[in-house]
Write a protein of this length. Structure first.
Length: 247
């Protein structure tokens, strides 16, 4: 069985890493290339970069930034935001990304997930699910869809998604712990890996998430002190969480 993964998440707006609470009140927390390199050095298994303004602004993700990131990182990274077509995804992979994340465009046209899986392989397709009260929301959490997160995750897998990135909007940025009930329900509904996102504030929170998901996304808990990732790994090991050895 694959070891659990720790995945720092870097939300990007205007070329800078930002973080808010429940998708609101975004504040600047650093340079995406520098932070990514720091997390890589501190033992991150992967990284996720999400261009949180791309869909709202009707544009593609920032390819020049992806190229800069790829030049500095030795670990896999996923890029999302503004991916509306196979061409958008292929451009990100050509720029150096290892996986692409789709969200609003897939909700509008679920066939996109199937097209991506057929063209670039399921292993490179991550479907991001932003949920509130158990229902999926689109466009950076601003639009209701009426779809249950569990149902949409199941359909995404059927269409070829290789991973589900599940974010609880209520828990996002609060550091009060992951939504374990939602995460467990989605994990039980699919056979592909689920990445738990939203609410990490302590090693206990991360350990609990990794009991029901295959990976934990980390943001607020790290951004003000990237070196926290090293100590977090040690705390998780002491709690019995098996992690890969870092060279």
């Amino acid at each position: 069985m694959p070891l659990p993964r720790l995945i720092p998440c870097l939300d990007v707006a205007g070329g800078r890493v930002v973080k808010g609470v429940r998708f609101e009140g975004l504040r600047d927390v650093g340079d995406p290339v520098e932070l990514g390199a720091a997390y890589s050095d501190a033992g991150a298994d992967e990284l996720v970069y999400l261009d949180v303004k791309a869909t709202l602004e009707g544009r593609s993700a920032l390819l020049a930034l992806v190229e800069r990131i790829a030049d500095q990182l030795a670990i896999p990274f996923t890029v999302g935001g503004g991916v509306r077509s196979v061409a958008d995804a292929e451009a990100l992979l050509e720029a150096g990304a290892d996986k692409v994340s789709v969200n609003s465009a897939a909700l509008e046209r679920p066939e996109l997930v199937s097209e991506l899986a057929a063209r670039i392989g399921s292993q490179a397709v991550v479907v991001a699910v932003d949920a509130k009260d158990g229902f999926v929301r689109a466009r950076a959490g601003s639009s209701a869809t009426g779809r249950l997160a569990v149902d949409w995750a199941r359909q995404a897998e059927e269409r070829g998604a290789g991973e589900i990135l599940l974010t609880s909007i209520e828990a996002d940025g609060t550091r009060d712990g992951y939504d374990l009930q939602l995460t467990g329900a989605v994990s039980d509904a699919v056979s592909v890996p689920v990445i738990a996102s939203g609410g990490a504030g302590s090693a206990d929170h991360v350990a609990a998430a990794l009991e029901v998901a295959q990976a934990a996304l980390l943001a607020s808990i790290l951004h003000e002190n990237p070196a926290r990732l090293e100590t977090l790994r040690g705390e998780l090991r002491s709690l019995g969480v098996p992690l890969r050895d870092v060279a």
